[in-house]
Ligand binder design. Sequence first.
Ligand code: HEC
Ligand code: HEC
Ligand code: HEC
Ligand code: HEC
Ligand code: HEC
Length: 205
Amino acid sequence: MSAQDEKNKAAASSPIVIVFFVVGLAVSLLVGWSIFPKLLYSQKKQPIDFSHSIHLDAAGDCESCHYFREDGSFSGIPELSNCVECHEEAQGEDPEEIKLIENYIEPNKEIPWLVYSRQPDCVFFSHAAHVNMGELECKTCHGMIGESDHVEIYEENRITGYSRNIWGKSIGGFKSNTWDRMKMDDCAECHDEHGTRQACFVCHK
Ligand code: HEC
Ligand code: HEC
Ligand code: HEC
Ligand code: HEC
Ligand code: HEC
């Protein structure tokens, strides 16, 4: 083969190389950004769709459902009795409200809500320390849940069992808001800024 033939062959194969490169890139982006997260996280639906924005108007403020008890402990997600106050009788015709009444209020069964921010059992967390003493806003750690119109799908990491809200929304590990992730380093980062104690026993039981 002459030098000229070599050149021609290289020129002819280069478009193929480019095609392979582009296809390969597209496949890895697809796997990385859309298939991998689907494999890594299983999706669970909340038992009923609950609109925070409707209820903020109806109930007035967050504290009417999420409050501190006399002993300083945090009520967390309200119990069914809190819903019965207004939903003993249907307030409207929303199918989600009918589900609430038929599946939970009439048989008097607590609603099995999934907690997006649930930490593993070894972690100690107190709302009183953060909200009352630290004067932090709910949004700092939970984002816009308090203003939302619908519940989000709960995503559980198949390997670690963590909620995606803890593990991080971005597969690449990027964080643009304080509420995008709540792993150990994220807790520690804010504790550093506030000069809070960092010993293991502060956060671990
Ligand atoms: C202060 C009164 C009040 C309380 C307390 C209350 N609701 Fe409601 N709820 C309303 C009103 C008003 C509507 C709007 C009814 C309509 O116009 O369809 C509503 C609508 C709903 C709906 C249908 C709309 C939507 O959100 O998707 C669901 C489901 C619902 N409520 C669930 C609950 C649950 C669960 C609780 C307890 C954690 C609760 N509500 C507590 C007043 C209340
Ligand atoms: C009428 C009662 C009611 C009111 C008022 C209310 N919430 Fe809720 N909240 C709920 C219920 C029920 C859930 C469970 C369903 C869900 O996750 O949306 C919940 C869940 C949450 C969660 C999810 C926690 C987690 O990690 O799963 C956050 C955060 C929250 N509420 C913040 C707020 C804030 C902030 C406000 C005020 C702006 C507020 N809520 C007002 C009833 C209420
Ligand atoms: C410093 C971060 C931080 C702040 C501020 C904060 N939370 Fe939380 N919240 C968490 C963490 C972490 C959990 C999970 C705790 C666990 O699993 O033990 C949680 C859990 C919850 C839950 C579910 C609790 C349950 O077990 O049922 C609700 C509801 C909630 N928070 C609402 C609120 C509201 C309302 C505010 C504002 C008044 C608030 N949070 C402020 C970090 C925070
Ligand atoms: C956005 C800031 C912020 C984040 C995020 C945060 N904290 Fe804190 N935390 C504070 C501040 C500020 C205090 C001190 C409150 C005070 O005593 O004035 C505190 C106090 C505490 C305390 C009590 C400390 C003591 O000395 O008794 C514990 C336990 C704790 N945090 C655990 C956690 C855990 C676990 C996480 C992550 C899931 C977390 N925190 C995330 C700001 C934060
Ligand atoms: C500011 C709070 C905080 C402090 C201080 C802290 N941790 Fe953690 N740690 C967490 C949180 C939140 C998690 C769960 C989320 C995660 O895995 O990142 C965790 C998870 C862990 C885990 C993994 C547990 C599991 O079930 O997956 C280990 C191990 C651990 N911590 C060890 C330590 C040790 C050792 C220290 C002291 C050098 C320490 N932690 C200090 C908050 C803290």
